[in-house]
Design a protein around this ligand. Structure first.
Ligand SMILES: Nc1nc2c(c(=O)[nH]1)N[C@H]1C(S)=C(S)[C@@H](COP(=O)(O)O)O[C@H]1N2
Ligand SMILES: [Mo]
Length: 524
């Protein structure tokens, strides 16, 4: 009879809600998680920059307006990248969960959203600088993983939500367990990709061992005790404390054995350098203070290390720079670029390096392993390319480096500056003589004088520690006698030519901050 032949539609009311809300959202989230995780793992195996998640982050950085990158740098400092990635993760997974929620009865919305996100990842990877066919693997793996995870999990969840007899029986518990398992797998894949991508430890260790065995043609004299006062910061910055500034979301990881760098463009003899070529050239060690143009007056983006490397000038002489090639355009493995004035690097005695070592080790991954450029006296943004991949001799008329395109200067020699390190701002110091101390720098000619003044009183000469070389910072201190209460101390440095750092406050953009540092503290 017709009454016993219940049409399937009539059973539908029991499953009307479709997949429970939490499960539905979780399925969206976990599926996109699987796409990101497996995409990251596939990229680590094939071509690390092709990780769709990181490629999207790189693109966000590349196309961010200049005020936004400045805001991020000044607000979050070196945490700006983790914060960007975390923010992106929240947005992407939020959309994914929403897509899951909208697919409680029908997988269409979720399928379309997962596919669309995958296609955005694919497009971003394809349009990234340095794209090659191998870079297709990771975004395609991501799309497949996302769609497959979503369709399978959704089908199981629908089956569990359907009434008994409506199809293959799946318990709700099994759905949650299966979905969670995919989520855990996604996290494991992402973690595995992260580990694999960063694994250049063996190559670094062997470079460190090689550097220890090689005879240097010039060694940096040990820093004399007289170069610092008891109250000074360490003269040589340990690698772990060396300031770090770059646009890299994922540190490029290339083994030294795989490194090559062409020296090409407006040269008579194009060169292709390997890492062994560099080590077979005369190696020099130099103590150099590096500074970032973004450093505010009193800021932390300055550090000093003993760098080991090859004279860049000698390499360029060998390549034969053609007349008119006023720019050395260097490119990193992550497609960042810097345009260095050729005449500065070619100055005899400037001491620009293709550096391979830092404080007795191979370069740390975050400071440019295996090879970086360093030009004493120029801010890093136009000279200190890390993870060096290519050197092209060209003109400023023909090409612009990364930060020049974003409004920073074409020529930016490091400005003479001083910084007060103690007392710290708002510190309470006991009554009696107070020692004010700090650093001053004027690469590459050196500092000849530092003065301090308290509460706009007369300037008084600070005591200078011994100069290590004119390419490094110089330590200073002064003793001041003060009444109880709040005081304001300032400093100013004078370079070897007798030029004093200007009082006028100028922002870092486009070519470096100026102004006298001020510290306010209290004598109790
Ligand atoms: N590949 C690459 N190299 C780079 C950068 C970068 O973003 N990418 N930033 C430059 C800037 S602005 C500075 S100040 C120095 C900082 O070097 P450090 O991180 O070793 O201190 O690296 C330079 N080299
Ligand atoms: Mo910088």
């Amino acid at each position: 009879m017709s009454t016993t032949e219940t049409p399937p539609q009539q059973a539908a009311p029991r499953a009307e809600g479709g997949v429970p809300r939490v499960t539905a959202a979780l399925i969206g989230l976990v599926s996109v998680g699987a796409a990101l995780g497996l995409g990251h793992l596939a990229a680590a195996l094939v071509s690390p920059p092709s990780s769709p998640f990181l490629a999207v982050g790189d693109t966000v950085i590349r196309f961010s307006p200049q005020w936004l990158t400045e805001f991020a740098k000044t607000t979050f400092g070196t945490a700006d990248k983790p914060i960007l990635l975390a923010g992106m993760g929240v947005v992407i997974l939020g959309i994914a969960a929403l897509a899951g929620l909208l697919s409680r009865r029908d997988p269409l919305v979720g399928t379309v959203v997962v596919a669309a996100m995958g296609l955005v990842g694919l497009a971003v990877v394809v349009l990234s600088p340095g794209f090659g066919p191998a870079d297709l693997v990771a975004p395609l793996v991501a799309i497949l993983a996302g769609l497959l995870a979503f369709r399978l999990l959704h089908r199981r969840a629908r089956a569990a939500a359907a009434p008994a007899g409506g199809g293959p029986q799946v318990s709700r518990r099994a759905v949650l367990v299966g979905t969670s398992a995919v989520g855990v797998g996604a996290l494991a894949a992402a973690g595995g990709g992260q580990l694999l991508g960063a694994n250049i430890g063996d190559s670094r260790a062997s470079v460190t061992a090689q550097l220890a065995r090689l005879r240097l043609t010039e060694t940096a004299p040990p820093v004399p005790a007289a170069a610092a006062f008891p109250e000074s910061i360490p003269f040589i910055t340990p690698n772990a404390d060396f300031y770090r500034v770059d646009t890299a979301l994922q540190i490029p990881s290339q083994a030294a054995a795989d490194w090559t760098c062409r020296v090409r463009g407006m040269v008579d003899n194009e060169l292709t350098l390997t890492f062994d070529d560099l080590l077979s050239r005369p190696l020099v060690e130099r103590t150099i203070t590096m500074t970032c143009v973004s450093n505010e007056v009193g800021g932390p983006y300055i550090s000093t290390a003993d760098f080991i490397g090859v004279e860049l000038r000698d390499v360029l002489m060998e390549a034969g720079v053609r007349p008119g090639a006023d720019q050395i355009l260097s490119t990193s493995l992550d497609s960042w670029t810097a345009g260095t004035p050729t005449d500065v690097v070619m100055e005899p005695g400037r001491g620009a390096l293709l550096a391979v070592g830092m404080n007795g080790e191979a370069l740390p991954p975050e400071h440019g392993f295996p090879v970086r450029m360093i030009v004493p006296g120029l801010y890093g943004f136009l000279s200190a390319t890390k993870w060096l991949a290519d050197i092209e001799l060209t003109t400023f008329a023909a090409a612009q480096g990364y930060w020049l395109q974003r409004g920073w200067g074409q020529f930016a020699p490091i400005k003479t500056q001083s910084r007060i390190d103690s007392p710290r701002g708002f510190q309470q110091v006991p009554a009696g003589p107070v020692t004010v101390s700090g650093i001053a720098w004027s690469q590459p000619i050196g500092v000849s004088r530092v003065e301090v003044r308290v509460d706009d009183g007369p300037w008084q000469d600070a005591e200078l520690a011994a100069e290590v070389n004119p390419r490094t910072w110089r330590m200073w201190r002064a003793s001041v006698e003060l009444d109880r209460g709040t005081h304001r101390v300032q400093s100013r440095a004078t370079d070897a030519n007798g030029v004093t750092q200007p009082e006028e406050r100028v922002a870092p953009i486009p070519d470096g901050a100026t102004g006298w540092p001020v510290v306010v503290f209290t004598v109790t």
